[in-house]
Design a protein. Structure first.
Ligand SMILES: [Zn+2]
Ligand SMILES: [Zn+2]
Length: 300
C-alpha cells in the first residue's frame, strides 16, 4: 500500500470520474481503516532473497516457506471495525447491515482458526460463516468474505512487499502463474506499464489479498494459461482505453487491466480495481466469469 500514490489517484478520479466519487469515498475510508489496522501487524522477517527465488522457481509460494503471524485478538478487532464500517456506510440492505453489526466474531473466530488462516482463507471464511449461522442468518457469504479479506490484508501486505522487494531483477517467467507468488490468491487485476516503446510494456498482476505484484506474460490468459492469440482479446471502450478487460475464449475467464500509457500516469491497483468495478457487468454480459470455467486450473 502506497498512500501517496493512492491519494493522488483518488483525487484524480474524483475529478475525472465524478460518477465514481461516492464509491471512492467509501473505499477511501476503508483503506484508511486498513492503514490503522496495519499498525497492529507484528514485525516479520522475510526469508533470504535467494531462498524466495528458489522457492518461486520450483512453484512454491513465499508464505509456504515462512508466513507472518496474524494475532487473533487484533484480527477479531479488525473484523469488528471492518464490518461496522461496511454496515454503516457500505450501502448494504438494512437487514444485512443489522446482522453484520451484531456478528459475534469473538465466539466464531478461534485462536486455532486464525493460526491457520494463511493456509486457507476460503476454509477460514466458510468455517466462520457456518458458526455465524450461515445462509439462515441472512447475510450472503460474499459479504463475510469481503469483511475477512479486508481485515486480513493489513496484517500481511507489508510482509508481502518485504518478501518481494529484494527480487527486483527476478525473471517472472520462472514463476509463470496467475496465482500470487506470496499467498497463492488468483490475481484480481493487471496493469501494463508504460515502457515508452511501441511494443508496449510489461504486464504486472496484482493480488487482492496481500497486494503483491508480479510479472506475467502479456499475451497469455492469467486464468487457464492459454497462449493462442486467436483466443485472447482485450475488450475496450474507445472512451476509456486505459481500462480494458483481457478475455479468454478457452476458459471464459477475464482480467481487468489498466494501461498506464493510455491513462498517462502510474496507477495504484487498489484504486484501479474500484474504478473498474463496472467492467465486471460488461464481462458477465458476455458470459465471462472472473476466474473462468475451471477455477481449479488457474494458470499454474
Ligand atoms: Zn497475495
Ligand atoms: Zn483462459
Amino acid at each position: 500500500m502506497t498512500p501517496s500514490l493512492r491519494s493522488k489517484s483518488i483525487q484524480r478520479y474524483s475529478e475525472t470520474r465524478p460518477d465514481m466519487a461516492p464509491t471512492l469515498s467509501f473505499f477511501e475510508k476503508l483503506w484508511t481503516l486498513q492503514d490503522s489496522i496495519a499498525q497492529e501487524a507484528p514485525d516479520w522477517q522475510p526469508p533470504a532473497a535467494n531462498e524466495v527465488e528458489s522457492a518461486l522457481a520450483s512453484g512454491r509460494i513465499v508464505f509456504a516457506i515462512s508466513a507472518p503471524l496474524v494475532p487473533a485478538e487484533a484480527f477479531r478487532v479488525a473484523l469488528h471495525s471492518v464490518s461496522s464500517l461496511l454496515a454503516n456506510e457500505g450501502g448494504l440492505p438494512l437487514e444485512h447491515a443489522d446482522v453484520l453489526k451484531d456478528a459475534d466474531f469473538d465466539t466464531a473466530v478461534t485462536e486455532e482458526m486464525v493460526a491457520d488462516i494463511l493456509k486457507g482463507v476460503d476454509a477460514f471464511i466458510s468455517t466462520m460463516y457456518d458458526k455465524l449461522g450461515g445462509e439462515d442468518a441472512g447475510v450472503p457469504l460474499t459479504t463475510y468474505s469481503f469483511v475477512v479479506t479486508t481485515a486480513l490484508t493489513p496484517f500481511i501486505a507489508a510482509s508481502a512487499t518485504k518478501a518481494l522487494k529484494p527480487l527486483k531483477d527476478f525473471d517472472w517467467t520462472r514463476w509463470d502463474s496467475g496465482l500470487c507468488p506470496v499467498c497463492s490468491t488468483p490475481a484480481s487485476s493487471g496493469r501494463v506499464l508504460d515502457s515508452g516503446a511501441l511494443q508496449g510494456g510489461v504486464r504486472m498482476l496484482s493480488c487482492p489479498l496481500c497486494r503483491a505484484e508480479w510479472g506475467f506474460t502479456r499475451l497469455r490468459c492469467s486464468r487457464c494459461g492459454e497462449r493462442s492469440h486467436a483466443k485472447l482479446e482485450y475488450l475496450l471502450d474507445e472512451q476509456d482505453k486505459g481500462h480494458r478487460i483481457h478475455t479468454c475464449q478457452t476458459c471464459h475467464g477475464y482480467l481487468k487491466t489498466s494501461f498506464e500509457k493510455d491513462l498517462g500516469f502510474s496507477v495504484d491497483p487498489v484504486v484501479e480495481e474500484v474504478v473498474m468495478l463496472a467492467l465486471d457487468a460488461v464481462a458477465a454480459e458476455r458470459g465471462m466469469s472472473p476466474l473462468g470455467e475451471n477455477e481449479d486450473r488457474v494458470a499454474n
